[in-house]
Write a protein that binds this ligand. Structure first.
Ligand code: ZN
Length: 485
């Protein structure tokens, strides 16, 4: 039962102002007994008094709704990729090689990229000289292993958009074509989200070009079955995280229209698990402009019942018409929407609308679309009535979590408790879940929030030790220094 009062009794105000800064000791059980506890007022006081560690623990323990902007192949932490890639007993029987030397071999098969990773079936096709540039992933020495892991995350300030878009996926390369391995990345995400108290994950997952250990292709249905098998495993069910997929289309591919037609047909056949389609990739590549897809989408709409679209648009620091053009394509949700702030007509259109903007604060900072968080348009969107939700984008490569996103939102933009709950509710309300499942998920979220508020009032919120990742340790060094409670 959610307990709420608009006026806090004097004795409780006095109590809050005099007690320790720790949230665990702020509320008194008597506040519940006489129905005088106000979560909103408690949270305002907590923001003023909590240490960074206390705030972070609170936000980790807080129920979160859905994660709506999540690229599965960008959401594996480096150590997961290494551990799974290096061990055939964990990855379905594949052996991988990664490029540790760039010795020139005069071969047209040469990749210039350090830590370009290939399967053994590709490696054996290379000329001898080139084979010697690669080392089996399991045989990397400690320094090489560390460098491999650093090569697939943004770990220094000098890395940014170019490094991210031009090298990270190119390095992972054939690792992402192994559905056994990637399905374990999915399970690890679910377990990590369970620890963050998330209940719904809508992740972007493609299955079309998956390969078996002998290098032969899986059919898309065979590859999908590997993922759905994992989702029905005991370990996955134990997380309590509900999962649905979106199919992603890379916007600038030469055959993107044909790919979109195939994706529509595949998603239409698998509506129980595939709930939408996403358009991804750099918008400064002019080959992927939204208008390119208008006629294809129109013809597909004549053939298939409605399929929901969540397209990346406005991931840019300069003005253009991409968000408007993407809404015209029929998108229900906009990924990033950063430059909508420069487009007053679209901004006005999106206020109190049906269109949600998926906000990815850490991604936008690390990929240098905003110079600092205080330049981010998120609070303007949130507080002018544009539906928003927080998400992580490629958290494996950013070495971050959804709790980090909430921590930044609360500490940089002074979110009220009502605003925190609005973000959580939006992340389910604007999900692409089937309507009956969405209603269940919303009811579950409201129930979990009520229970959590009650725990706060009773001072019984379970204390978890957060698994701090590298991004937040750099952003708020106090979190990760000294003794971890
Ligand atoms: Zn994205």
């Amino acid at each position: 039962m959610r307990l709420r009062l608009t006026i806090l009794p004097f004795y409780l105000v006095l109590f809050i102002s005099l007690t320790s800064l720790a949230y665990k000791s702020v509320a008194a059980s008597s506040a519940v007994a006489d129905s005088s506890f106000s979560m909103s007022l408690w949270f305002e006081n907590f923001k003023k008094t909590a240490t960074p560690r206390q705030m972070y623990q609170f936000l980790q323990a807080m129920p979160k709704g859905g994660e709506l902007h999540h690229h599965l192949s960008g959401s594996g932490f480096s150590e997961w990729w290494y551990e799974l890639g290096a061990d055939p007993t964990k990855n379905g029987g594949y052996t991988y090689y990664t490029q540790v030397s760039d010795k020139k071999c005069q071969s047209d098969k040469q990749s210039a990229l350090r830590f370009h990773t290939i399967s053994e079936t590709t490696w054996i096709t290379l000329p001898d000289c080139l084979q010697q540039n690669y080392t089996e992933l399991a045989l990397l020495n400690e320094n090489q292993k560390q460098d491999f892991m650093d090569s697939i995350r943004l770990h220094t300030p000098s890395e940014g958009r170019e490094e991210f878009f031009s090298t990270h996926w190119q390095r992972l390369n054939e690792l992402t074509a192994n559905p056994t391995l990637v399905s374990k990345i999915l399970l690890l995400n679910m377990q990590a989200y369970q620890a963050e108290n998330l209940q719904y994950l809508e992740t972007q997952l493609n299955v079309r070009y998956a390969k078996k250990p002998d290098g032969s292709p899986y059919t898309p249905d065979e590859a999908l079955a590997i993922y759905t098998h994992v989702l029905t495993s005991e370990e996955a069910i134990a997380t309590g995280v509900t999962v649905r997929f979106q199919y992603a289309l890379v916007r600038f591919l030469p055959d993107a229209e044909a790919q979109l037609e195939w994706i529509y047909s595949f998603v239409d056949k698998h509506r129980e698990i595939y709930v939408g389609i996403n358009l991804v990739g750099r918008e400064d590549d002019m080959r992927g402009q939204p208008k390119r897809f208008a006629s294809t989408l129109r013809s597909l709409r004549a053939k298939y019942p409605k399929i929901l679209l969540a397209f990346h648009a406005g991931e840019s620091e300069t003005a253009d018409s991409n968000v408007r053009d993407t809404l015209l394509l029929g998108a229900e949700r906009i990924g990033h929407g950063l430059n909508t702030i420069f487009d007053p007509d679209t901004l006005l259109q999106m206020r109190n609308s049906h269109y949600l903007i998926e906000i990815n604060l850490i991604s936008n900072l690390l990929l240098e679309y905003v110079p600092s968080f205080d330049a981010h348009p998120f609070p303007e969107y949130l507080r002018t009535g544009i539906p928003t939700a927080l998400s992580t984008d490629d958290r494996g490569m950013f070495d971050s979590t959804l709790t980090d996103e909430f921590y930044i939102a609360v500490t940089e933009f002074n979110l009220s408790w009502e605003e925190v709950l609005t973000l959580g509710t939006n992340s389910l309300q604007y999900s692409f879940l089937q309507p009956d499942v969405k209603a269940q998920q919303l009811a579950l979220y409201h129930q979990r929030v009520a229970e959590f508020e009650n725990q706060v009032a009773l001072d019984t919120v379970p204390t978890q030790t957060p698994a701090f990742r590298a991004f937040i340790c750099k952003f708020e060094s106090e979190l990760c220094s000294g003794d971890k409670e």
